[in-house]
Design a protein around this ligand. Structure first.
Ligand SMILES: *Cc1c(COP(=O)(O)O)cnc(C)c1O
Length: 408
């Protein structure tokens, strides 16, 4: 059967407007379309393919595990799920894991767990979830309603109640709003889809204090910031010295995207005390934590958690930022560079407002795959294994695209 980009318009529900080519295979940081054209990939399946495409150890693990065991459901346990759960808890200092298939499902589980903890401890009135403007937590009705981008939840009502949105990094607004009715505050340490907007550490300390004061749980959505993306295995590790050395830790953390290098998986991590509120039958998943995904998850964890690997992520992030600054000195196209490690946002300058998709298309034309975060931000989330020469090659392609973009 021959398929083309037009096939998408014929048979796919039009939730997306994909770029013009049809991708067929990948290797390392490169992707190839059905016509053999090569693309340098700075999107990595939206911060998912952390080890690039067709990583030999990932391929080997998938084929070996497929020959052994793919799926058994959670009414049985299997060796790979228990192994990844043990490794993740040991690495993060949490006690317990629940596995899902995606980030939205992980947040759904986190939010349901927070509601159940409040219900058990304080009764049904403590149900308020506080989240922040521009946040993104997934596309299930609950997670999308909690997310702070109304355009994603409009038209799907009635949406779940008990959700309050506040401006991000605004301590005063939180202090005024949080109360003993609040059961959880959920946040991203760097808002990814919202435009690569980092949290203010002082605000974070305030959030932790206010949550403690009102017996509300603090949930970190590390779906995009996790698994090495920021140069830490989970971004919250960098907050261990905040608050006069006490550190700031979440009560529940969600993870997904890069966790199994492209095989669908998600997870929440929490403490024994909180986990005890999910009793047998209160929550579940058919596929979540299947042995295939978990076997790959262990490979990712062993590889990405190495200090040298994380140092490489930080170094490549610095190199990209240096190169972007050089390009900006020439083309004056960016107002600000933001982000950490290999989660990078370049906000377009005032001359180019609303044109991130135009720039993205030009990049594709020149053989470079990039992401956007809204209409004004170019977002780069390359495979974490990207090399200095690949960064240089990518920045040459970006320059070609920028030449055309700024000439228009
Ligand atoms: C991508 C993302 C999600 C949703 O993950 P899915 O796997 O698409 O359900 C949730 N939260 C954040 C911060 C994300 O970046």
């Amino acid at each position: 059967m021959t398929v083309t980009r037009q096939t998408f318009d014929q048979v796919m529900i039009p939730c997306y407007v994909p770029q013009d080519m049809v991708l067929q295979r990948g290797s390392g940081c490169y992707l190839y379309d059905t016509e053999g054209k090569r693309y340098l990939d700075l999107s990595a399946g939206i911060a998912v393919n952390c080890l690039g495409h067709n990583h030999p150890e990932v391929v080997k693990t998938i084929s070996e595990q497929a020959q052994r065991l793919i799926h058994v459901s959670n009414i049985f346990v299997n060796d790979k799920t228990l192994t990844l759960a043990s490794e993740l808890t040991a690495l993060t200092g949490f006690d317990k894991v629940f596995f899902t298939n995606s980030g939205a499902e992980a947040n759904e589980a986190a939010l349901k767990l927070a509601r159940r903890v409040a219900y058990d401890n304080f009764g049904p009135k403590k149900d308020e979830i506080i989240s922040f403007a521009h946040s993104f937590h997934g596309r299930t009705l609950f997670s999308v309603s909690v997310g702070g981008q109304p355009k994603y939840s409009t038209g799907f009502g009635p949406i779940p109640g008990g959700i309050t949105h506040l401006p991000f990094n605004d301590s005063a607004a939180l202090e005024q709003t949080i109360s003993d009715k609040t059961c959880a505050v959920i946040l991203e340490t760097i808002q990814g889809e919202g435009g690569i907007l980092p949290i203010d550490p002082e605000f974070l300390v305030k959030v932790r204090h206010l949550c403690d004061q009102h017996h509300a749980l603090l949930i970190f959505d590390e779906v995009q910031t996790g698994v090495g993306r920021t140069g830490y295995f989970y971004s919250f590790e960098q907050f261990k010295d905040l608050d006069g050395g006490k550190g700031v830790r979440p009560d529940i953390m969600s993870s997904a995207k890069g966790l199994a290098a492209g095989i669908p998986i998600g997870a929440i991590l929490t403490t024994d005390e909180i986990a005890a509120h999910f009793k047998p039958g209160t929550h579940g998943s058919t596929f979540g934590g299947n042995p295939l995904a978990c076997a790959v998850g262990s490979v990712v964890l062993h590889t990405v958690s190495q200090p040298e690997f994380l140092a490489h992520v930080r170094a490549m992030g610095d190199l990209i930022k240096t190169k972007l600054n050089e390009l900006n000195a020439k083309y004056h196209c960016f107002a600000q560079l933001r982000g950490q490690g290999l989660l990078i946002g370049a906000e377009l300058s005032s001359d180019y407002q609303g044109q991130s998709s135009t720039l993205q298309k030009l990049c594709t034309k020149h053989g470079l795959l990039v992401l956007v975060a809204g209409a004004n931000v170019l977002r780069l989330t390359p495979p974490l294994i990207i090399t200095p020469s690949e960064v240089n090659a990518a920045m040459e392609l970006l320059e070609e695209a920028l030449q055309e973009f700024t000439a228009q």
